[in-house]
Structures are given as structure tokens and as C-alpha cells.
Design a protein around this ligand. Structure first.
Ligand code: GDP
Length: 362
């Protein structure tokens, strides 16, 4: 692998610290470069569609760049890509992974991903990190992270879209999932950090949600709130190795005890705490077996498809709300009329509903 080659894709405004600047997996492997799709700066949509469907990672990257773009000129090509690729998506298992920085998420994704590849799977890793535009990509942004996985021809790693707004990042990640599935990736891992809303957002786009913890760090430090545990389909106590094993076992028992009293995230599924060492690669097979049991159960009692339908419906509804709000605020006169009306409402000079009606009738 020639490290000096220029990256095929980097987020707007990104520096060298971005994973894609340094991860060779983002570059086309030579056997692909010589193949069907000669490298070019601009591809038409049809070539991108064919490229994605044939699993060409460079064209997949380009396609994602188009759907991630905020530029109006990319809207229609992006939607055309989505329309053509959507029928080829949906077959992967989508797994969300959260945990505080340092819990071992990227070490785990590397071990888990490589193990899955050995079992014949193709792995795509995406991230939802609304802070990435500020921190220059705190997730997947470090060149030493997932070093081996990122070089593997059976994997595709994409950092979080560099937009500060969670809604925007989430939209792009959802569409990237579709593209990755169309490209043949059958396990999609979506990493996020344990900070509030982004976990709820990731939960709303995955089939299975995994919370990674470490023993002895204290609940406060790990942000373990009842709410987050109730989002999880599995809790992994990582770093269960060496001297840490007894502490990890204790944490596992305590978590299982706590889970007993919580509402499960998925109907009829018992969320359990499992032990793992991402470094020693122990516990990984058990984790995968449990995920498979989850999928099996979800397909039998149809909770799997019900969740997906609910997710897409909710997303559709939230986009409608967003679009309606946007067009309302863009209406001529709203920007000028709103501030004085707000003042009048605040002073009690005008009833709230009258003010709303006035604005809507503008
Ligand atoms: P992330 O921020 O959650 O992605 O965490 P990292 O994967 O970067 O790991 C943070 C630190 O924990 C690194 O120094 C890892 O080497 C270490 N670490 C990760 N997994 C394990 C593990 O299973 N056992 C031990 N002992 N250390 C681990």
C-alpha cells in the first residue's frame, strides 16, 4: 500500500488528522483500479450506481460524498443515487455501538470486525459524531485506530460527516447505510460517543444497540443513566483481561442485576451484560452469537421488521416537520414580523394563538 497516494475523499475543511486522510482502506485497491471503472474526477450517477453495486469502494466513497454534500447542485444526483440503490439495501444487520471515550470501542470494532471478516462477512463502519466539525473528527479521526481493519479489503470505514448539526449528521449516516448495504456490506457498525442525544439518534437507525462499559470506572464517569441502559440490547463489559477480570465479572453481575429492573429496549428480548476483552479478543464469538439470536428472534416475532418500519416512518415524519418549519421561516415577512410579535407575546399584549395565526397568514 502506497501511503503517499492522495486520499480519494476528505471531509470539507479537514486536516491530516482525519481518518480518511490516512486510512488506506479509503483508496481503491489495485485490483479495483484496473477494473471496470477507470478512475476519474467526475462520475455520472449511473457509473456511481454500478460502481457501488459492484462493491467498488472508491465509487462508494464518491457516492457518499455526494449524498453528504450540502450543496444544492448535489441534491438531485444524491437523491437519484438513493432511488436507484434503495432497492438493493436492507439486508445487513445494523449495529450501533456507544460508550464513553476510552471504553475501547475502536479496539473492539477492530477485533470484532476482523473476526467477522474471518467468518465471511463484509464490514462497514460509520460514525455519528455531531462534534466532529469542532473536534476535527474525534471519532475515527485518529490514524492509529482500527489500523488493520481499515486496510482490509472486506471492510469500509467512513468517518462521521463533518457537520455540527446532529440532524444533518444523522440524515447523512442513514443514507450512507443504504449505500453501504447496496455495496454488499452485510454488517454495518455505527459508532457514537456516550453523549446524550447522539445515542438516541443512533438507536433510531440501528437494529441492535450495544453499550460498551468498563469495570470500576464508576457509573457517573461512564454516563450510565437508566435511559441509556434502556436503549441497549446488550451491554459489553470490556477490558475483561488480566488483573481486571474479577472487577469485570463483578460489574457484569451488577449490570445484570440492574437490567433485571429495567424495561428492555426490544420487545421480548432480555438485554444482558457480557464480558469481552477487545485486546485479547475474548468474548467476541459469544457477542456475535447473541446478536444472531436477537436477529433470529426478531425475525420470528417480527419485531425486527416492525422496528425498521417504525424507524423509517419516524424519520419521514421528522423530515416533514423539518421541511415545513424551514419553508415557514423562509416565507417573506416572517423574519421581520417575528421579533416584534415575540415581544408583544412576551409582554402579554397579544394572545399567543393570535400571533401564530398572524404569522401563518403572512
Ligand atoms: P474508544 O475511545 O472507546 O474508541 O477506546 P479505544 O479503543 O481507543 O481504547 C482506549 C484504550 O483502552 C486504549 O489504550 C486501548 O488500548 C485500551 N483498551 C481497549 N480495549 C481493551 C481491552 O480489551 N483490554 C485492555 N486492557 N485495554 C483495552
Amino acid at each position: 500500500m502506497n501511503e503517499k497516494r492522495k486520499p480519494e475523499w476528505t471531509p470539507i475543511g479537514a486536516g491530516k488528522e482525519f481518518a480518511t486522510s490516512v486510512m488506506p482502506a479509503m483508496l481503491a485497491p489495485d485490483h479495483v483500479s484496473k477494473a471496470k471503472f477507470p478512475r476519474s474526477k467526475h462520475y455520472d450517477t449511473e457509473t456511481l450506481v454500478q460502481g457501488v453495486l459492484s462493491g467498488d469502494r472508491t465509487l462508494l466513497s464518491k457516492a457518499i460524498t455526494i449524498i453528504e454534500s450540502n450543496s444544492p447542485k448535489h441534491f438531485e444526483p444524491g437523491q437519484e443515487l438513493m432511488r436507484k440503490l434503495l432497492p438493493h439495501s436492507g439486508k445487513a444487520i445494523r449495529i450501533g455501538i456507544t460508550g464513553v471515550p476510552g471504553a475501547g470501542k475502536s479496539t473492539f470494532i477492530e477485533s470484532f470486525g476482523l473476526w467477522l471478516i474471518e467468518q465471511g462477512h463484509q464490514i462497514a463502519v460509520l460514525a455519528v459524531d455531531p462534534s466532529s466539525s469542532l473536534s476535527k473528527g474525534s471519532i475515527l479521526g485518529d490514524k492509529t485506530r482500527m489500523d488493520i481493519l481499515s486496510r482490509h479489503p472486506q471492510s469500509f470505514i467512513r468517518p462521521s460527516p463533518s457537520s455540527g448539526i446532529l440532524g444533518g449528521v444523522a440524515r447523512k449516516t442513514r443514507e450512507s447505510i443504504v449505500l453501504c448495504e447496496a455495496a454488499g456490506y452485510d454488517v454495518i457498525l455505527i459508532e457514537t460517543v456516550g453523549v446524550g442525544q447522539s445515542e438516541i439518534t443512533v438507536r433510531s437507525m440501528v437494529d441492535f444497540f450495544l453499550l460498551m462499559q468498563i469495570a470500576g470506572a464508576g457509573d457517573e464517569l461512564q454516563g450510565i443513566k437508566k435511559g441509556i441502559m434502556e436503549l441497549a440490547d446488550m451491554i459489553i463489559v470490556n477490558k475483561a483481561d488480566g488483573e481486571n477480570i474479577p472487577a469485570a465479572q463483578l460489574a457484569q453481575r451488577e449490570l445484570n442485576h440492574a437490567l433485571h429492573y429495567l424495561r428492555p429496549s426490544t420487545k421480548d428480548w432480555k438485554t444482558k451484560a457480557l464480558l469481552c476483552s477487545a485486546i485479547k479478543k475474548t468474548g467476541i464469538e459469544e457477542i456475535w452469537q447473541s446478536i444472531q439470536a436477537f436477529v433470529q428472534q426478531g425475525k420470528t416475532n417480527s419485531s425486527f421488521s416492525t422496528r425498521r418500519t417504525e424507524q423509517i416512518t419516524m424519520w419521514f415524519e421528522s423530515l416533514i416537520t423539518e421541511a415545513v418549519l424551514k419553508s415557514f421561516y423562509a416565507k417573506p415577512g416572517v423574519a421581520q414580523t417575528l421579533p416584534p410579535l415575540k415581544e408583544q407575546v412576551a409582554k402579554g399584549e397579544i394572545p399567543v394563538l393570535t400571533a401564530v395565526k398572524l404569522l401563518l397568514e403572512l
